[in-house]
Design a protein around this ligand. Structure first.
Ligand SMILES: [Fe+2]
Ligand SMILES: [Fe+2]
Length: 289
């Protein structure tokens, strides 16, 4: 069982509420419980994305204009992401054993009907390029998170550090693969497909991979159960979580040129992403050369 009076699981600047004024009003134990639950959220998010996205890499790498060696790399990537997804699920269970007795996903829980519709939609080839961008930006963000965790390893839970160390060993290669695949794939798409996918990318990043919405509220309900002294502040905490969507510092903590430089460099090449900064506040196009 974890001792929340002593352990940290993530550097605080990688957690959402760290960017809210409410964070300064929490006790050390309340912060540590939040830190552990946020670590579970992160594990679930990684397990979900790493379980879902590689199939689209495989489909894209099978396209006729893509160099053949990338298909073998996509297969290797897909195999290693399966291992990573189960590693992250096991870590979440280890951090909060009581949470995961019946379900693998507690915080990241897409409602079943929309999730089914989304999966059906993404079987349409015209919508796949967007998923490759999602995969790339999340891979690069995952590398940044892993590096930040290793940088502060001596202050963090050893199980979290060990998982991140193993994960990082594979991820640099994945990032190189995504960087090699995306430009060829994107360049071959028709202009309307690119415009549509850039708009969808903006929407998905803002709605599902930006400021916490549904998962953030679920986390607060669990947090308050574990820290009953927060019960009277529940709605204040929910409001604080929702207010992050209007907080520029918080947005920059999710996606910025420091966190995802390679993906941002690629956006700079394509006019379809010139107004991405309206949703992804940490991005503004840079003119190269
Ligand atoms: Fe991974
Ligand atoms: Fe990866």
């Amino acid at each position: 069982m974890h001792d929340d009076s002593a352990a940290w699981y993530l550097p605080e600047h990688l957690t959402h509420l760290y960017y809210s004024p409410v964070y300064a009003t929490l006790t050390p134990v309340q912060r540590r419980v939040y830190n552990r639950l946020h670590a579970c959220y992160l594990c679930e998010m990684c397990a979900f994305l790493e379980g879902e996205l590689p199939r689209y890499y495989l489909q894209a790498a099978s396209a006729p204009n893509i160099p053949k060696h990338l298909l073998a790399q996509a297969q290797a990537l897909s195999d290693s992401e399966k291992r990573h997804a189960s590693m992250f699920r096991a870590l979440a269970r280890r951090l909060s054993p009581g949470l995961y007795c019946e379900d693998e996903y507690i915080l990241v829980r897409p409602p079943s009907l929309p999730a089914l519709m989304v999966r059906t939609l993404f079987n349409l080839p015209a919508l796949r390029p967007m998923l490759l961008w999602i995969a790339l930006i999340q891979e690069e963000r995952g590398v940044y998170y892993g590096e930040e965790i290793l940088r502060q390893a001596e202050h963090l839970d050893p199980a979290m550090v060990e998982v991140q160390r193993k994960h990082l060993a594979d991820e640099e290669e994945h990032l190189g693969f995504g960087e090699a695949l995306l430009p060829s794939y994107w360049d071959a798409c028709r202009p309307w497909v690119r415009r549509l996918n850039a708009r969808l990318f903006r929407y998905v990043l803002r709605e599902y991979l930006g400021a916490p919405k549904r998962a953030g509220v679920r986390l607060i309900h669990i947090w308050v159960k574990e820290c009953p002294d927060l019960e009277t502040r529940k709605s204040e905490l929910v409001d604080a979580m929702r207010a992050l969507d209007r907080n520029p510092g918080f947005h920059r903590s999710l996606y910025s040129r420091k966190i995802v430089p390679k993906t941002f460099d690629l956006f700079d090449r394509y006019s379809e992403f010139c107004d991405l900064g309206k949703s992804v506040w940490g991005y503004s196009p840079e003119v190269n050369g």
